[in-house]
Design a protein around this ligand. Sequence first.
Ligand code: NAD
Length: 445
Amino acid sequence: MVKICCIGAGYVGGPTMAVIALKCPNVQVTVVDIAEQRINAWNSDTLPIYEPGLDDVVKKCRGKNLFFSTQVEKNIADSDIIFVSVNTPTKTQGLGAGKAADLTYWESAARMIADVSKSDKIVVEKSTVPVKTAEAIERILTHNKKGINFTILSNPEFLAEGTAIQDLYNPDRVLIGGRETPDGQKAINALRDVYANWVPKERILCTNLWSAELSKLAANVSHSIGTDSRIGPKFLNASVGFGGSCFQKDILNLVYICECNGLPEVANYWKQVVKVNDYQKSRFVNRVVSSMFNTVSSKKIAILGFAFKKDTGDTREAPAIDVCKGLLGDKARLSIYDPQVTEDQILKDLSMKKFDKDHPSHLQPASPTSIKQVSIVSDAYQAVKDSHGICILTEWDEFKKLDYQKVFDSMQKPAFIFDGRNIVDAHQLRKIGFIVYCIGKPLDP
Ligand code: NAD
């Protein structure tokens, strides 16, 4: 039985390994993490991340051929194939701060593999890493070799949060990069055999290490990028801005690579993408304030959606954070509802603390000058009640299906809707009496 260990039980490691376990009953998969709380959650009825379909997959395999553990060293030592799926955030200080990837977690995972391995291993780069990281990791592994053969592969992940399980079931392509040596080819074949349990052969693309690393970051490997259905109308919608842990981080990484390779103009091009995205968020706040007679002070604004996109509880880099902070800066009162994001997470993102432990929905910003400005509610109708305006910041399906007549009746008048995701039928809502602002569409007549 092939034994797989995945280091990092996050948004990528968890779902990816659950699907491998489901599709490959003859493979034993153990996902390890240093975060005990996260592993406990993976072993409980409330998984640490929300993804449609994930609960079912985990329930089917957990305890059979899928395990979650904090015993990182033991499971590394016991495995044949090790996926490294740790976080690679943007560096916050030192050389390349604000742009380059922080490989601290990666490096420590690699050093641990080198230290505890007692047999040959295939090490698979699953995290998104800068080009040539595989080479650097190889140096760490071979330096500590002790007669053990480590073969490194790059297998970047293209799943999108919110559709992770479907993306993993039906990937546009699986990319496996390896060395053109006999060992490299053998390792590529071993990983290809795992994916071939459910992915059609023509979708498993094998290439060299560099190309696989680069294709996650840039459109340089035209074949593999061209097969990506995410690059198309689905992701090219006008909106309040993109979010998520990956896009901005990967773009900044490209800026850094361009700068390091003497391509300042190309670096500037990519920088502008991040700038425009930030501009889009502040432009949205300006639109709300200016439309509501140039002030939102003390006005109640309902925030529908806080996650960076629908079908996930992930708020990393969510535009809602900046929009809420902008509106709070103008002294608005916010009533926030998201079907998957917890109150604690919203508080943390807005740098706030609970105001009164007996009334946990009443919060105040950490700043002593601020008043009780935010409440977090568990239902969209509760959020909009008595509000002056609604901001739709996540494209959850349930916001398309609200009874907007009921919503209108419960609001202050004039009733505004600012649709940051272009999901409502503006024409219908105007007929009801709303003043509607959509992004990239004509203004209310
Ligand atoms: P995450 O933060 O959700 O999970 C990473 C996990 O790794 C954390 O739980 C952390 O505790 C653990 N970890 C860190 N160092 C460790 C160590 N030494 N030993 C054991 N565990 C360790 O991150 P994520 O969203 O799953 O992303 C992982 C990688 O995949 C990143 O490089 C990201 O860019 C990339 N990626 C993410 C997505 C996405 O949609 N989230 C999609 C494609 C690729």
